[in-house]
Design a protein around this ligand. Structure first.
Ligand SMILES: [Zn+2]
Length: 157
């Protein structure tokens, strides 16, 4: 188990061990304390670069920032999309984001305030209806029906 990583200190590959520590990351000028899973060389004890672990830590910091500022979390964005049975492509089209941007937000990237406002329009049934009506030519009959079902589900609870 474990991917081998190059340790510059030892000038050799190693299977890093995991160490959990508290770290503070700056997010838009605000310090966010997070629990970080850091890869460490078992031979010399140096921290190693591990993109997957570092990304995970960064997303944790973003989640804490979103929580503090009342922003949509990645799972909220995904739920909004699933409520209306939209593909990422279709949702991006309807709210006015590009596909890659929406994919990055669902994966944990920190949304801009302007994009937060766009995404939130889908959270309000009336705005969602207006948006979908405006983009109705992008939706097949089936997609429209599924969208309406999402709206109904929202009204019922
Ligand atoms: Zn080492």
């Amino acid at each position: 188990m474990g991917t081998r990583v190059f340790c510059p200190e030892c000038d050799a590959e190693c299977v890093p061990r995991s160490t959990i520590r508290r770290e503070t990351l700056m997010v838009r000028g605000e310090p966010q304390a997070v629990t970080a899973d850091v890869a460490v060389c078992p031979a010399c004890g140096e921290d190693l670069v591990d993109a997957a672990r570092d990304d995970h830590t960064l997303v944790s910091a973003y989640n804490a920032y979103r929580q503090r500022h009342g922003l949509l979390q990645p799972r909220d964005i995904r739920r909004l999309r699933e409520r209306y049975h939209l593909s990422q492509r279709l949702m991006a089209q309807i709210v006015g984001l590009d596909l890659v941007t929406l994919q990055r937000y669902e994966a944990g990237a920190l949304q801009t305030d302007a994009h937060e406002a766009l995404l939130r329009r889908l959270g309000d049934p009336q705005s969602a209806y207006d948006l979908a009506t405006h983009h109705r030519n992008h939706l097949s009959l089936r997609q429209w029906a599924l969208f309406e079902e999402g709206l109904q589900g929202d009204r019922m609870g």
